[in-house]
Every structure is written in C-alpha cells, then in structure tokens.
Design a protein around this ligand. Structure first.
Ligand SMILES: NC(=O)c1ccc[n+]([C@@H]2O[C@H](COP(=O)([O-])OP(=O)(O)OC[C@H]3O[C@@H](n4cnc5c(N)ncnc54)[C@H](OP(=O)(O)O)[C@@H]3O)[C@@H](O)[C@H]2O)c1
Length: 317
C-alpha cells in the first residue's frame, strides 16, 4: 500500500463531482481538519457551485480517460473521492449511454488511475442495487438491481471491487441537507410543493432511511483518517415511507401537513422500477467509527437551522 504523500506533510485528496450534495458536506467537514489535507476538486461544470475558500478546483471530464489521468498525474492524490454520478433514476432508463458513461466508464477510469498511482478510491453507491424485497439491507446482503440506474451503480461497484486497488464503497440512500445552491433533494422538493399551497400526493410504500449529508461528511472524514477499506452502509436512524418523511418535513418546517396525501408506487407510474423496502443498515459504519447517524427529526432540525444561518428565510419562517 502506498503511504500518503507528504507535500508539506499534507495528504492530497481529489474530490470528483464538486457540485454534488455529498461533496459539499464532505468539504465542510474536511475543512475542519486543521489543514491536514490538501483538497482539490474536479467539476464537470454542470452545476453552479460556490467554491469553498482557499480550495483549488479543476474543470474536467472524468469520463475522458486522458483528461482525468493528466489531472491525477499532476496532482498525485493519495485518495480520490468520487461523488459524481448520473443520479436521475428515471431519465437513466432513456439516457442509458449517458448514465453508463458517468456511473461506469468514469469509475473505471478512476480505478485505472488508482491502479497506476496506488491511490485509494472512495466511491459512492446506493441502496438501489438491492431489489427492495427485504430491506433495509446490510453489507452482506445480495444485490439485485432493478432499473438501469441501479444496474450502472452495481457495475460501478464491481469496477472498484475487481480493480485490484485499495477501495472503499459507501452505499447510502435518500440524501438530504442544506447546500449553498439549495440543490434539489426530497426535502427541497417537498418544501417547494408545500409552498405552492396545493394538495399533492407522496408514495407511502417506498421505504428508506433518509441520510443527512453532514453525517456523510463525518463518515468520509473517519474513512480518510483511518484509510478503512471495504463496503460501508450509511443511512439515517429512522426507516420511513416517503409519505411519512414528507409529513415530518411539513412539521419541522411548520408547513401545512394537510396538503399531503398518500399514494402508491403503482399509481405514480415512475419510469424506473423502485425497490420498495429499501434503505441500508448502518451498524457496521457506526460500530467501526463510533458514530451515530441522525434520525429524521434531528436531521431536519439541523438542515432548518443551517438554512436559517445561511439566510434562506423563505424556507424557515
Ligand atoms: N442523492 C441521493 O439520494 C443518493 C442516494 C443514494 C446514493 N447516492 C449516490 O451518492 C453520490 C452523491 O450523490 P449526490 O446526490 O450528492 O449527487 P448530486 O447532488 O446529484 O450531484 C452529482 C454530481 O455529479 C456530477 N456529474 C453529474 N453528471 C456528470 C457528468 N456527465 N460528468 C461528470 N460529472 C457529472 C456533477 O458535479 P459537477 O458538476 O461538479 O461535476 C453533479 O453535481 C452519487 O454517487 C449517488 O449515486 C445518492
């Protein structure tokens, strides 16, 4: 195993997908590491992103092998954290090439670079690799991806696992939390619908354990510190239906809960099949790293407070 490089005795970390929700939370936590790391960011430029002070950001396409290889040979990262993904589950059914390009070819490129440079790859995956028959799932459960997005994420995992590199995979589900750009997540979607003041329906048969992005930041910090390898499930401590999650959102953000009504997945007719009893059991991560993932109430209160501090009063009155 390669020891961490010592440019000014700092570990060099490259975060791919700078504009993702996960990357923003990871950046917030790693920034509190008292300068132990030199952090670089790669963005495709797809999303508007407010670059954290003092960080270095590159624009580039990690699905282009030469482009990402040149960047990595220049930076010589000790660890590459890949948060980038084609995350639109329904569009992935139609835009199959795009989804494969980002979720598989991009990951294969990173694996090849890690093999070449001995860098450690920390990669993000999803509970959607499971079929949702018997969730929530532990790390040892057998995957059976249903839709095309799920299949690309499974193939991305397999590229890491079979790549003969040091890798860590974090499987998570339903990420939410405050971001600079108020990126779309289930909470922001629900808040916007509630603000419209019209009645709307949310599925009551899709179960997950929504995960606060700040907890993802903490987990990544622990993995970076310990260089832990393998697969870790990362999910909040409450396992709920989307409908119940939406009700909690209305309650914590003091919106009108009566605008919500339940519906079934069958009636919603989403393009991609959904694992109904999804979610991940985070005990391995919690016991390995001595941490506890937030429940929904405390997670939403944290998000609300962060939005207030950031001046987004339109959502927090
Ligand atoms: N959100 C969830 O509920 C959820 C659930 C389970 C698993 N995950 C996994 O967790 C990870 C992070 O998810 P997230 O929700 O934080 O992501 P996100 O907010 O949807 O952002 C994904 C980022 O990927 C990058 N990206 C997208 N298309 C790209 C392309 N064609 N080429 C290069 N980069 C591209 C973009 O960043 P730049 O513009 O900066 O390049 C984009 O902001 C992903 O691997 C996702 O599959 C997420």
């Amino acid at each position: 195993m390669k020891s961490f490089s010592t440019q000014n005795d700092k570990r060099i970390i490259l975060i791919i997908g700078a504009g993702s929700k996960a990357a923003e939370a990871i950046g917030r936590v790693l920034a509190m590491s008292h300068g132990k790391y030199t952090i670089y960011w790669l963005t495709s430029g797809i999303s508007k992103y407010i670059v954290p002070d003092g960080k270095t950001i590159f624009q580039g396409d990690f699905t282009n092998r030469k482009e990402i290889k040149d960047i990595c040979l220049q930076l010589q990262p000790d660890m590459i954290i890949n948060t980038a993904a084609y995350t639109d589950v329904d569009k992935s059914e139609i835009e199959r090439q795009k989804a494969w390009q980002v979720n598989v070819i991009g990951v294969e490129n990173l694996v090849a670079i890690c093999r070449l440079t001995d860098a450690h790859l920390l990669h993000f995956s999803t509970d959607y690799i499971f079929d949702g028959e018997h969730g929530p799932y532990s790390e040892t459960d057998k995957p059976n991806p249903l839709g095309y997005y799920a299949k690309t994420k499974m193939a991305g995992e397999n590229a890491c696992i079979g790549g003969n590199i040091d890798y860590t995979i974090i499987r998570t589900n339903v990420l939410y939390g405050a971001t600079n750009a108020l990126k779309q997540d289930f909470v922001m979607w629900t808040l916007k619908k509630l603000a419209d003041g019209k009645r709307f329906s949310v599925v009551n048969d899709q179960y997950s354990n929504p995960t606060l992005i700040d907890d993802i930041g903490c987990l990544v910090d622990k993995i970076v510190r310990t260089r832990a390898k393998g697969i870790f499930h990362a999910g909040g401590s409450d396992w709920v239906s989307r409908y119940d999650f939406a009700r909690m959102i209305a309650k914590i953000f003091r919106e009108d809960e009566s605008l919500l009504s339940p519906m079934t997945t069958e009636d919603l007719r989403q393009a991609a099949p959904r694992p109904l009893r999804g979610g991940v059991i985070p005990y391995k991560a919690e016991t390995t790293f001595g941490m506890k993932f937030s429940g929904i109430e405390s997670g939403l209160l944290t998000m609300r407070r962060q939005l207030q501090i950031a001046g987004h009063h339109e959502w927090t009155l």
